[in-house]
Every structure is written in structure tokens, then in C-alpha cells.
Design a protein around this ligand. Structure first.
Ligand SMILES: C[S@@+](CC[C@H](N)C(=O)[O-])C[C@H]1O[C@@H](n2cnc3c(N)ncnc32)[C@H](O)[C@@H]1O
Length: 286
């Protein structure tokens, strides 16, 4: 079968490997490799089987702030663990240094797992990391993870799409730059669309104000979820007009995910019958 120059899809261990473009073997300094692994949004049970296996065979694990200790506990006893942080505006290691660390460990011949919260390709800078690996001729794989949008919405009882309420769902980052959010407000303020905002807590007032200024009714349902899928999960469910004040009163802390759209209203009906997947404290604020 012609697989377009890709390496074999089956690894020595019999596992199906992600597509890896053929690399120039002269550029590979050693047998090291890097696997980008999505660790999911918090609940360790949301890890994929493939993620568990990759973590369990790694020589070195480079991990972010939002990776749960239970997930790190799956590492082999002698695996080297490197914490590289990543908190809004407080990166423990700059991205260039993280890239350089991955390259160095792979050149040392190690099986490296780059463990990232959620999914590596959703606001996870996975693209930049694999570009560096490709530039350095280092073979890599990607193991997708449950992104915060999927996991947090599911545990909060908010379907992101629904035939009657939302036919589209957009993911945006609400990161503030110089006090503003550089978003396409006209495209966001469309009816029948769910908006999921990552990293939006600091800019919550700006977000709600701009969406209303660009045409969404102030009564549009909106929720913010702190530490979704974990025992620290808290949910404030309100409207665009009332959410900033209620979230401030609740003194929420990152990580938080904001969900805007009529689907949020469904939660009131759905959670009555929903078994809580997270521990009891998860539904502290209704
Ligand atoms: C740098 S982004 C990484 C996103 C990640 N790659 C993903 O797919 O979920 C980190 C942001 O994801 C969101 N997030 C991640 N885990 C979360 C959780 N358990 N509860 C709420 N928001 C979460 C927050 O907005 C947080 O600031």
C-alpha cells in the first residue's frame, strides 16, 4: 500500500501510530521521540487509553500546570518529570525554552511525553511545538485529549449544540491584551451559535459588554465554570447582563471556561436528572 511516504502505521508494540511524515534520517541525532499527549480538562478518568499507555512508557515527561497529580502518578518510577508551568501571564518557562527542552531530551535518545491540559491542538501551542520538532528532525506523535470545551460542558450539563438552539459552536480565547480582547465581535454575536471562551475570566465584563453591544440580547444565557470536571468545579449560570457581577461575587479563580448561548438554559432542566460524574462539591453553585 502506498502511504505517501509516511512511516509505518503500526509500531513495534503493535499500536497504531499517528501519521508521521517521512523525516530525513540524517537529521535525527538519536532514537528519541516526542509524543504530545492531551491530558484532558482535569478528571483523570477522561484520559484516553492511548494517553495512559504513552505516559506509562515515557522516559521523560514535560508537563503543564493543569495536569492532575493522579495523571502524573501513572509515570514509571524512574521517569524524569519536568514542570514547565503555564499560567496566564506567568509562564514558568518561556515557550522557546520548552521547545528547546523537548529537543534536548529527544536528542538524548529519550521517549518524551509532552503532557498538556485538554487537547494539544486547542489553545495548547501544540502546533508550535511540533513545528520545532519537525525543524529538528525529531519524530513525534500526537495523542488527542478531551478539550475543556467538551469535558467542562458535559460535566456542567450544557450541550454545546442542539438542533433547536445552536447549530454552530465557536471556540475563542478571551485573553486580554492591553486591556482589550481582539475578537471578531460581529461574527461572535450571531444567533443560534454557542460561544466557548477559554482564558476569559479577567475579561469577562468586556466580553459580555461587547457581545451585547454587537447585537446579542442582554438576556442571553451565559455560564462560567471554574475547575470543570474536578472536585473544585463551581458553576455560575446567569445572563450576559448579570454574569460579570455574579462571577465576581463568587470569587471564581482560573481555570474557568465561559459558555454563552441559549444551550446554557437547557442546563436548568437537564441537571435535575443528571447523575453527577464529579464529586459532590461539583455543583456547589447553581
Ligand atoms: C492554555 S488553555 C489550554 C486549553 C487546552 N488545550 C484544552 O484543550 O482544553 C487553558 C484554558 O483552558 C480552560 N480550561 C482548561 N481546563 C479547564 C477546567 N478544568 N475548567 C475550566 N476551564 C478549563 C481555561 O480557560 C484555561 O485558562
Amino acid at each position: 500500500m502506498d502511504d505517501g511516504g509516511a512511516q509505518h502505521r503500526l509500531g513495534n508494540d503493535g499500536a497504531v501510530r499517528a501519521f508521521v511524515p517521512a523525516v530525513d534520517s540524517r537529521k535525527i541525532g538519536s532514537a528519541g521521540s516526542v509524543t504530545l499527549v492531551g491530558a484532558g480538562p482535569g478528571d483523570p478518568e477522561l484520559l484516553t487509553l492511548r494517553a495512559v499507555r504513552m505516559i506509562g512508557r515515557a522516559d521523560a515527561i514535560v508537563y503543564d500546570r493543569l495536569v492532575a497529580p493522579e495523571i502524573l502518578a501513572l509515570a514509571r518510577p524512574h521517569a524524569e518529570l519536568f514542570y514547565v508551568g503555564k499560567q496566564r501571564n506567568r509562564h514558568t518557562l518561556p515557550q522557546d525554552d520548552i521547545n528547546a527542552l523537548l529537543v534536548r531530551l529527544a536528542h538524548e535518545g529519550k521517549r518524551v511525553v509532552r503532557l498538556k491540559g485538554g487537547d494539544p491542538f486547542i489553545f495548547g501551542r501544540g502546533g508550535e511545538e511540533i513545528e520545532t520538532l519537525a525543524d529538528n528532525g525529531i519524530p513525534f506523535e500526537i495523542v488527542p485529549g478531551v478539550s475543556a470545551a467538551n469535558g467542562v460542558a458535559a460535566y456542567a450539563g450544557i450541550p454545546l449544540t442542539h438542533r433547536d438552539h445552536a447549530q454552530a459552536c465557536v471556540f475563542v480565547t478571551g485573553h486580554l491584551e492591553n486591556g482589550t480582547m481582539n475578537l471578531d465581535w460581529v461574527a461572535l454575536a450571531r444567533p443560534r451559535q454557542t460561544i466557548v471562551v477559554y482564558m476569559g475570566l479577567a475579561g469577562l465584563s468586556t466580553l459580555c459588554r461587547e457581545l451585547v453591544a454587537h447585537g446579542l440580547p442582554a438576556t442571553t444565557p451565559a455560564a462560567i465554570v471554574q475547575h470543570g470536571t474536578t472536585a473544585r468545579q463551581r458553576i455560575v449560570s446567569a445572563t450576559l447582563a448579570t454574569l460579570p457581577g455574579l462571577a465576581k461575587a463568587a470569587a471564581l479563580v482560573p481555570p474557568t471556561l465561559i459558555i454563552v448561548g441559549n444551550v446554557v438554559r437547557l442546563r436548568n432542566k437537564l441537571v435535575k436528572f443528571m447523575r453527577e460524574p464529579a464529586p459532590d462539591s461539583a455543583f456547589a453553585l447553581r
